[in-house]
Design a protein around this ligand. Sequence first.
Ligand code: MYA
Length: 572
Amino acid sequence: MIEQSFMKSLFHGVIADNLIVPYPEPLPAETNNLHIMLDSVRKYFAQNVDAQKIDREALVPDDVLQGIKDLGLFGLLVPNDYGGIGLSATAYARVMQEVSGLEGSLAVTLGAHQSIGMKGILLFGSEELKKKYLPKLATGECVAAFALTEPSAGSDAAAIQTRAELSDDGRYFTLNGSKIWISNGGFADLFTVFARTSPAEHGAKPRITAFVVERGMGVRTGPNEHKLGIRGSSTTEVYFEDVKVPIENVLGEVGRGFKVAMEVLNNGRLGVASGSIGLAKRLIKLSVERARERKAFGRPIGEFGLIKDKIAQMMAGTFALESMTYLTTGLIDSNVADYSVESAICKVYGSETLWKIVNESLQIAAGVGYMQEYSYERHLRDARINLIFEGTNEILRCFIALSGMQGPGRQLVEVARAMREPIKGFGLLSDFAIRKARTALGRERFTRAHPVLNREAVVFEEYTVELAKNVDKALRKFGKDIAEMQYTQKRVADMAIDLFAIASVLSRTTRALEQRGEEGARREIDLTTVFVSAAEKRLADNVAAFEKNDDELRKAIADRAYNDGGYPFDII
Ligand code: MYA
């Protein structure tokens, strides 16, 4: 296991480019099989899946679901020993990318089943649980769901109210409570459920435990919700009334379930990112076809600068998204232990990039884009959920910033202690001094970037210094109150997102340059240039806004709107 996290190091101003260069290659042993699998997925979807009908009828037909199971798509992540295909994180993401580009409801069904529904068993299950459930989950005979969210606990996942009480003989827990918006809820046979196993003591968070619960243990579910998009996926409420769950079905340790939920979501968020790549690529294809075919003023609209600009931005955004997503899955495959910040960044950047692309592709299609006969409006409706589920982008920005700042924050406390206790604290202080000295000698270097990318690498280095500097300043200024400073958190998170994106494209384009030389890698170089120059502007804006902003005014405006109950003005 590699303990260092690329992004968490970056918050200290340290560029651990050894972790991300060379850009990870797909495992050669897997690539052949992956090609075969992707071909059969494309063929199956072309022959059997009517995306428009699924959307209209809000239902995936049983025979289609069975066909997907027969293809092995329900067991992609289950190791061979338990009857699955046992793909790496990279190969799994690549298959999810393909499915998401073909039909969104099935992508969500598959993602809810294996990215999160059964992931807890894969990561934390005992050998008995794995043997008992994984073979059936791999074939799809048993479908899984992930039950965390509750009416009063969405973003604040630790606030769940569902309770689990241990029986007097210590053999089972009794679950009571309910969950909402559970994907696959209507037909799942197995639920990964999170419940409190201790009351909330004053000021302290309640202990949460994760359970594997079979529907047959007494789980009830509500009807399918009517949704804006991904309408063929099943989303329901889930109820537990005195549901008895044997102690063997606890995932991980009693009281450590919050960590189980978070680790599962660290994986799940990459499913959203890879799914976003799939749909983004499909939309670019549709937009390019439209730009070539549709004529205005006697020319194909693709010849106009404003259409070219949209296509170029779609291309650069997708390139950055693809680069960061497969860089992160590569980190997982090479046993990097902590990729929580990276995966949250991929989810936020992926969902927002796709949202821009779906909007721009609809704009290029114009009137046609707005009509139900064409797929643009369905893609737009399907894509919208990505900004919400698996952690809203707002809470994930807070997570990215606060999680990244934890290291530097701890260091400041340690330094304060070291000054108070010079003898005991000497070790801590010298460690801190070494790191400071490293950055004081000048900025840290991205030494492994190809020289052709020197300008872009310098942008990365300079803004890494700015990130570390502004994090340090914010921590000194706000101390613990940083937890309340969401405007600052957003700026920090946005810088982290852009820096991770730049690092990813630098790594990937460096590989292209090394493999194909400057002319051979021309496309990647140009995409990198365009992406980095746009990112540089955003970074500069964020840095300036740490000092000069109208945060307080905005808060005051919102407070007045709350008081007024909305917008109070009129022109009459
Ligand atoms: S599933 C539901 C999704 N729900 C969420 O994502 C909830 C979001 N909220 C949170 O994540 C947490 O509540 C936050 C923490 C982050 C806000 N990795 O005091 P804390 C540790 C590892 O900060 P809180 C769905 O939508 C932390 O270090 N550890 O906690 C599926 C600390 O540890 P320690 C983590 O303030 C839909 C402890 O936890 C992480 O309560 C279907 C407490 O931390 C982490 N990430 O809030 C999807 N975070 O005590 C289908 C925290 O040791 C997808 N910790 O210091 C299919 C895709 C298809 C796409 C199709 C595309 C077209």
